[in-house]
Write a protein that binds this ligand. Structure first.
Ligand code: ADP
Length: 509
C-alpha cells in the first residue's frame, strides 16, 4: 500500500504537467458489442472505448473470448498472442490473450481460456441458471487482464472496470499487486451499471480468489455472510461511478443500494454519476438507413412521412391524437403494468398506442388483448426487432418510459434525437435526460412524473395528449429542443477523462 502511495503522487505530477494529455486507458468488461452482448453493458463497453479512442486516448478493451464470439468474422487470431499464467487455488491456469485493432488508438484484447469461456452461455447455462463456477471464471478473467498487461510491458494510467465481474481488479491492485512496480502509476475506476447484480458467492469459494482470509469481513469483501465481488471493487477502486447522476443518489438509499448503500455512503466522496451516451452513428435521423425517410431539426418533413409509413405498416388508422410508443423489455421495473392500467382512458382521449417488446408472458398477453379491444388504435408486436425500433422512434410522437427504476436508460435519448417527446418517470437517467416542458417559459424537452402510480402516469399522459392536440406549434418547438441536445458518447468520454485524472492523483489513498 505504501509503495502505491508514493508512486501515485509522482503519477499525478506527470499528468498535471501535461493537462492536455489524453489518458492511456484499459477498459474491462464481461461483454462488449458487437462481439458479445446479453444486455446494456455490452452497448456501453462497445461504444465508450470507440468514443475515447476518437478523442485521442489510447484504449485497450479486454473481454473474455467466449465460444459464441465469431472468431473468423472478427478476425481474431487463432495463433500467437500473449501467454499468461494465473494461480487459481492450488492450480496454475494458463491462458492466451489475442488482440485485434478495429480502429486507430483502439485495441481489443480477448482472453482465451477454454475451460472457463469455451461454453455456450456467457453467464447462464442452457437451463437459464448461473454457471456454478462464475466466481472462478471472472476472478480468473480479472487476474488474466493484469497478467496480460504486465506481459505486454505497457502500464495504463487507468483500469476502468464494469460491474461485479471485474470487481476483483481494484481489489487485486490494492492487495496482491499492491507492491508490483508495473502498476505504480495505475489508478482504478469501477462503474456500476445496475446495483441489483453484485456477484454474491458462498464463502467456500474464497480459496479461488487468491487473496488472504483477512479480507473476508464486513469491512472487506464479505457481505451478510457471502463473498461479494462488486463490494470488492467498490471498496478498493480509486473512483466509483454509476451511469447517471440521479442513480448515484438513489443507490445511497436502502431501496436502491441493495445492501451496499452503507458502504457507498462511506465512499461518497469517490462516487460520481456519468450518463451513458448514445451511438450517434447508429442513431441519427439524418443518416439512419433503417428508417424510410431521413430528417433533421431544420427539415422535419421526413418525420411526418415516417409516421405515415409506420401507421400503415402497423395497421393503425390515421388519427388526430399523438402516436405513443413503447420499445422495451417487458420486465420488472419497467412500469409496464402501470401503463397497461392507464391505456383505456388515454385511448379514449384519442391517443394511438404502439408497443414493441417481449419478456413477461402475462404482460405480453395483456397488451395483445388491448390490441384486440382497440383495433386501428393499438398495435402490439411481441419480439426483438432492431430495425422496427428505429422506425418507431422516427415515426412516433411520444415514447413512454414509466420505469420504477432505470440506472440510465437509452430509449429516451433515442427519442429525443428523433424528435419524439419522451414521457418518463423521474428516476435514474430518465430524470437526468428529460426535463418537464413548461408551457409558460417554453423550457423543457418532454414530460416527467414523480410518484410511481397509475394516477401520476395517467395525469402526465393526458397532459401530453392535450398539448399535442391543442398547441402543435409549441410541441414542434419542444421536440426540436430535444433534437439539439448532446447525448453522445463523446460527452461521456470527456467526463470519464477528468475522473481518470482524479483516480490517478488519488490512487492508493
Ligand atoms: P435496458 O438495458 O434496461 O433494457 P435501455 O433503455 O438502457 O434498457 O436499453 C434497451 C435497449 O434495447 C435499447 O437500445 C432499446 O432500443 C432496445 N430494445 C429493447 N427492447 C427491444 C425490442 N423488443 N426490439 C428492439 N430493440 C429493443
Amino acid at each position: 500500500m505504501s509503495s502505491k502511495k508514493k508512486t501515485a503522487t509522482s503519477g499525478s505530477k506527470k499528468r498535471t504537467a501535461g493537462k492536455e494529455k489524453t489518458p492511456d486507458v484499459v477498459i474491462v468488461s464481461s461483454e462488449a458489442w458487437p462481439w458479445v452482448k446479453t444486455g446494456g453493458l455490452a452497448d456501453v463497453a462497445g461504444a465508450l472505448p470507440r468514443a475515447m479512442a476518437q478523442a485521442g486516448a489510447r484504449v485497450r478493451l479486454f473481454v473474455p473470448l467466449y465460444k459464441s464470439i465469431d472468431r473468423k468474422k472478427f478476425k481474431i487470431p487463432s495463433r500467437g498472442g500473449v501467454k499468461f499464467r494465473v494461480p487459481v487455488s492450488a492450480r496454475i491456469m494458463e491462458g492466451t490473450a489475442h488482440m485485434i485493432s478495429p480502429s486507430d488508438n483502439l485495441e481489443v484484447w480477448f482472453i482465451e481460456q477454454e475451460q472457463y469461456f469455451g461454453r455456450e452461455g456467457v453467464y447462464l447455462d442452457p437451463t437459464g441458471h448461473d454457471y456454478p463456477d462464475n466466481l472462478e471464471r471472472f476472478a480468473f478473467f480479472s487476474r488474466a487482464v493484469l497478467e496480460t498487461l504486465i506481459a505486454s510491458g505497457q502500464p495504463p494510467d487507468i483500469i476502468h472496470c464494469n460491474d461485479w465481474q471485474t470487481g476483483m481488479i481494484p481489489a487485486y491492485l490494492k492487495t496482491i499487486y499492491a507492491g508490483v512496480p508495473f502498476f505504480k502509476n495505475t489508478g482504478s475506476l469501477i462503474t456500476i451499471h445496475n446495483m441489483g447484480y453484485q456477484g454474491r458467492f458462498h464463502p467456500s469459494q474464497w480459496h479461488l480468489l487468491g487473496i488472504s482470509w483477512d479480507h473476508f469481513h464486513p469491512g472487506g469483501l464479505e457481505c451478510y455472510g457471502h463473498i461479494n465481488l462488486l463490494k470488492g471493487g467498490l471498496i478498493h477502486a480509486d473512483i466509483i461511478t454509476t451511469v447517471s447522476p440521479t442513480y448515484s443518489q438513489e443507490i445511497l438509499t436502502p431501496d436502491g443500494g441493495f445492501g451496499l448503500d452503507g458502504l457507498l455512503l462511506h465512499r461518497v466522496d469517490r462516487l460520481h454519476g456519468v450518463l451513458n451516451g448514445i451511438d450517434t452513428q447508429e442513431w441519427n435521423p439524418a443518416t439512419d438507413q433503417l428508417i424510410p425517410h431521413n430528417f433533421n431539426r431544420s427539415d422535419m418533413a421526413g418525420k411526418a412521412l415516417c409516421k405515415t409509413e409506420l401507421l400503415r405498416n402497423m395497421r393503425l388508422d390515421r388519427g388526430e391524437g399523438p402516436l405513443m410508443a413503447v420499445v422495451s423489455r417487458l420486465a420488472d421495473g419497467k412500469g409496464m403494468e402501470l401503463l397497461a392500467d392507464c391505456l383505456d382512458p388515454m385511448l379514449a382521449k384519442g391517443a394511438q398506442f404502439l408497443l414493441l417488446g417481449s419478456g413477461d408472458k402475462a404482460l405480453e398477453q395483456r397488451f395483445k388483448q388491448l390490441a384486440v379491444s382497440w383495433p386501428g388504435q393499438v398495435s402490439v408486436t411481441i419480439g426483438y426487432d432492431e430495425a422496427l425500433s428505429h422506425s418507431i422512434q422516427a415515426g412516433s410522437d411520444m415514447l413512454l418510459v414509466p420505469s420504477r427504476y432505470e440506472p440510465c436508460g437509452l430509449t429516451q435519448m433515442y427519442a429525443l434525437a428523433y424528435g419524439t417527446a419522451p414521457l418518463v418517470r423521474a428516476t435514474g437517467g430518465l430524470n437526468d435526460t428529460v426535463r418537464q416542458y413548461d408551457r409558460a417559459t417554453g423550457e423543457g424537452n418532454g414530460f416527467k412524473f414523480d410518484e410511481y402510480s397509475k394516477e401520476a402516469l395517467l395525469a402526465k399522459a393526458l397532459e401530453g395528449i392535450e398539448f399535442y392536440l391543442t398547441d402543435r406549434r409549441n410541441w414542434n418547438k419542444m421536440v426540436k429542443m430535444g433534437m439539439g441536445e448532446d447525448n453522445s458518447w463523446g460527452r461521456s468520454a470527456r467526463k470519464y477523462f477528468s475522473l481518470y485524472r482524479l483516480a490517478s492523483s488519488s490512487g492508493g489513498k
